[in-house]
Design a protein around this ligand. Structure first.
Ligand code: ADP
Ligand code: ASP
Ligand code: MG
Length: 594
């Protein structure tokens, strides 16, 4: 019999009427002939209330006790939900994370799932009961209660769907589905009918609050078709599945509370990035927008962003890194926010970055940092202007109107795609099959790209419009830009490096020199042959250890890194072309891919 997992978020179970409505939905699904597992969040703002209560007891409540406390919110919801189902005349049983058999590691407040034993759930399902599971929680091997991180009920739902090989995982929430961007910020945002796993993975991890990003990792790894649906209506919602390339731009994400950290005056030698990443990874700090400036006068600078809540920890880790490296100064700032555009079709279209920068230029919004990867572009802007920036980019790409897209994929087709095991799928299922723990990192491939050149503009004026001018000129010549990293120095000047096909180098240098001549003191440098090494996997940025392992492997092979970009599905480093092959081999070894 088919199994459907239905997850209800906090607002969808906020009061008795809403709990009854959710129960009725599960009962209707059961009566339509499915086995039903419900995953339920704490009611309304319950978790926030509990966090506030804890703060009244202590400035630094013990992590173990915090998890013990927060897990009670879900326990309240599941028992009420079971009562509601009973009064509709169906059998139901509520279970805690521990009772279901969700075993996690012991990282309180951000525990990762190691395994799920489905035996008990199946027994209840086979007895004709609706199983109602607490979201967001598990137990560690010592039976301590753990939680998965705020918003973690989505992850419980997809992990259960994966373990049970469910036919569909439905996420019921307070909006019609996944929108082009947060409808609370941009009122003209539009519901999207379908998204590829990779797009949703990027959107969620870059700040789209509608789904916990780790839940999409499960969905992608185990090929769980996901549907985000409204709990207050009967809409079809948004299907998230294994879909091919679709729109050039499919969504925007905003991470409002970012902080930026710069480590300057570092020695320019192999191992610097590796040491920094190792210190960050030890504290599980998710580092994003990493910009490693091409060294001038023998000193390197590395800048990156972290969630503001992790800043204190980050600074401690940065101090450790400086101590290990024996040199370096640390700076940080908090008045920044990250705006990202995501679209799987971006990888084969030029000019997306140029268009985004042009739109922000028209609003006079300055770009403090830029990083790109195959399917996303992120910019760092002043926090006070981030809502305005989001709206402008939304309008700039005409996202309020339905864009042409591939025909809607029905759930049946998505299922067929799941069964249609091509080589990628086979590879993925082999790797996933060998994982010791369900939530372990998946690295499936290492790639070596020997077709690109690097161009860097130094000392460009840090004014709205510099990058826009540059990338418009590049797009006008039909040059496909791959990686872009831009950083602003203390001197109020920006430096931007980007990679392009080697065959376009002369054309690109000519226009870069022209532009540089129009800016006082700006200069151009380049490297005709660079190699790009890429690690491909799932959830790479949120698993803080991947960067560490990648950069350590390159450092051990004595390879200097010139540029870095990170995303949830790829992590790339630009290196000297003489080092590409050796780097490729060291990465294959580091990730056990040979
Ligand atoms: P739940 O309690 O159901 O888990 P959340 O509050 O976690 O709900 O997520 C739903 C909210 O996410 C919406 O109310 C919406 O404001 C916000 N959101 C942010 N980005 C998006 C987006 N791209 N699409 C839809 N909703 C979004
Ligand atoms: N109740 C938890 C939270 O508020 C988990 C969740 O809702 O997904 O973060
Ligand atoms: Mg949520």
């Amino acid at each position: 019999m088919s199994i459907i997992v239905q997850k209800f978020g906090g607002t969808s179970v906020a009061n008795a009427d809403k709990i009854r409505a959710a129960a009725a939905r599960a009962v209707a699904t059961k009566q339509a002939g499915h086995q039903v597992v419900m995953v339920v969040s704490a009611r309304g703002k319950k978790t926030d209330e509990l966090v506030r209560l804890a703060a009244e007891m202590s400035d630094q409540p013990a992590a173990r006790e915090m998890d013990m406390l927060l897990s009670t919110g879900e326990q309240e919801s599941v028992s009420l939900m079971a009562m509601a189902v009973h009064s509709l005349g169906e059998k139901a049983v509520s279970l805690t994370g521990g009772q279901i058999g969700i075993i996690t590691d012991s990282t309180f407040s951000k525990a990762r799932i190691e395994s799920i034993s489905t035996e008990r759930i199946r027994k209840h399902l086979d007895a004709g009961e609706i199983v109602i599971a607490c979201g967001f929680q598990g137990v560690d091997p010592e039976m301590n209660i753990t939680t998965l991180g705020r918003g973690g009920s989505d992850t419980t739902a997809t992990a259960l769907a994966a373990a049970l090989k469910a036919d569909e995982c439905q996420i019921y929430t307070d909006v019609e589905g996944v929108f082009t961007t947060d409808p609370r910020v941009v009122t003209e945002a539009r519901k999207v009918s379908q998204l590829a796993y990779d797009e949703m993975l990027e959107l969620a991890s870059l700040g789209a609050g509608v789904m916990h990003s780790r839940s999409i990792e499960f969905a992608k790894k185990f090929r769980v078709p996901l549907r985000v649906r409204p709990s207050f209506a009967d809409g079809e919602g948004t299907l998230i599945a294994n879909l091919g390339e679709s729109r050039v731009v499919s969504g925007l994400a905003l991470a409002r509370n970012e902080a930026r950290v710069t480590l300057a005056d570092l020695p320019d030698q192999p191992g610097v990035t590796s040491s920094i990443f190792a210190c960050m990874s030890k504290r599980k700090i998710p580092v994003d927008m990493v910009v490693q400036n091409v060294a001038v006068d023998g000193k390197a600078t590395v800048s990156f962003t972290v969630p503001e809540g992790d800043l204190a920890d980050t600074l401690t880790a940065a101090n450790e890194a400086v101590k290990i490296l024996g040199a370096g100064t640390i700076r940080s700032g908090t008045n920044v926010a990250k705006v990202s555009v995501v679209g799987s079709g971006m990888q084969s279209h030029s000019g997306v970055a140029a268009q985004m920068f042009q739109t922000l230029l028209e609003k006079g919004i300055n770009l403090e940092m830029i990083t790109t990867s195959e399917i996303k572009i992120s910019v760092l802007v002043e926090r006070d202007r981030c809502d305005e920036a989001l709206l402008a980019v939304h309008q700039g790409f005409h996202m309020e109107t339905e864009l042409p897209q591939s025909p809607a994929v029905g759930i049946q087709q998505a299922k067929e795609q799941r069964l249609d095991v091509n080589s990628d799928e086979k590879l993925l299922s082999e790797i996933v099959g060998k994982l010791a723990n369900m939530e372990d990192i998946v690295v499936s491939e290492v790639l070596l790209d020997e077709s690109q050149s690097r161009v860097t503009l130094h000392h460009i004026p840090d004014l709205p419009g510099s990058s826009s001018q540059l990338f418009s000129a590049v797009a006008n010549k039909n040059i496909m830009v791959d990686m872009i990293v831009q950083n602003v120095s203390d001197t109020g000047h920006a430096e931007v490096s980007f990679t392009i096909p080697r065959t376009d180098l002369q054309k690109c240098l000519a226009l870069a020199e022209d532009l540089a001549a129009s800016w006082e003191n700006a200069t151009v440098s380049h490297e005709a042959e660079i190699d790009k090494l890429t690690v491909v996997g799932i959830g790479l940025r949120t698993h803080t250890g991947v960067g560490e392992r990648m950069f350590k492997a390159l450092a051990d092979a004595n390879i200097n890194i010139q540029m870095i970009n990170t995303s949830e599905i790829r992590m790339s480093a630009v290196v000297d072309s003489k080092a590409g092959q050796a780097g490729f081999e060291s990465l294959q070894n580091a990730f056990h891919l040979r």
